[in-house]
Design a protein around this ligand. Structure first.
Ligand code: NAG
Length: 251
């Protein structure tokens, strides 16, 4: 990302402009702070929203993987797949770090999310993922019943057929309780970038967690958006920076 991080206050009108340029051609729901006039661009109809939950390693990364896919409206990280009640980051028991993905079924599908799931981690790794070691990083597809279970099983068989010499360890299991994690871990990647947080108006935590724009930018900061979307956001942010508006020159 070519944007430097700066700590300064960005004028409100700029935050609104960024919202518009980033989202003008996207069918997304935007909820922004009451400090900014509310803009709803094609608010997705509740009836088209579904949620899916996956575990594929560190949930910071998992949230970024799904965040800027077309049709993904919101993401949330949490704990699932275990038996411990009220797990916490430092004591999550037998749960796996998971991401809950809210998506618009007119724009994407459980099957498309499954494709991203498989291509975004190595389901053949045992007891960890990448540099992260431990059962909390195991690979799981959570399902809501027979239909999702059928789709998940079929996709796992395809994945297994691609790698004859190693076993795909991914579990497929009905979703019990999804416990949302502590605020610190939500939109973790975006929170490492004060410049972008400013650019979208320094939303209060609750608004940030529900914001579709923050969901997208969280993937962008981690450079995990599909390449075309990554370039599109890059270009739009660079364009704004080039116009010089966010540069505080003197006081
Ligand atoms: C399960 O999720 C699918 C989408 O993958 C949805 O069509 C279906 O209505 C859901 N079933 C239940 C019982 O919630």
């Amino acid at each position: 990302m070519a944007v430097t991080e700066n700590n300064f206050r960005v004028p409100r009108f700029l935050a609104i402009l960024v919202l518009i340029v980033l989202l003008v051609d996207e069918a997304l729901c935007i909820r922004i702070s009451e400090r900014i006039p509310e803009i709803d661009l094609d608010l997705p109809n509740q009836q088209y929203l579904e949620t899916a939950v996956f575990a594929l390693g560190s949930f910071w990364r998992s949230e970024a993987v799904f965040g800027c896919l077309p049709g993904v409206i919101r993401t949330k990280v949490g704990y699932a797949g275990g038996s411990k009640t009220n797990p916490e980051y430092r004591s999550l028991g037998d749960h796996a770090e998971s991401v809950q993905v809210e998506y618009d079924t007119r724009l994407t599908s459980f099957n498309e999310l499954l494709n991203v799931f498989w291509s975004s981690h190595d389901p053949r790794q045992v007891f960890g993922q990448g540099p992260d070691v431990g059962g909390q990083y195991r690979s799981i597809i959570f399902t809501n019943g027979t239909e999702e279970s059928r789709l998940a099983t079929a996709s796992k068989q395809l994945e297994q057929a691609r790698s004859r010499n190693s076993i795909v360890t991914t579990q497929i299991t009905p979703l019990g309780t999804f416990y949302p994690s502590e605020a610190d871990h939500q939109k973790f990647e975006l929170k490492q970038n004060p410049f972008l947080l400013q650019l979208i108006g320094n939303l209060p935590e609750e608004e940030l967690q529900r914001s579709s724009l923050a969901t997208k930018l969280n993937g962008y900061v981690a450079e995990l958006c599909p390449p075309k979307i990554q370039r599109m956001i890059d270009a739009k942010i660079n364009d704004i920076v080039k116009k010089g508006w966010p540069i505080l020159r003197e006081l």
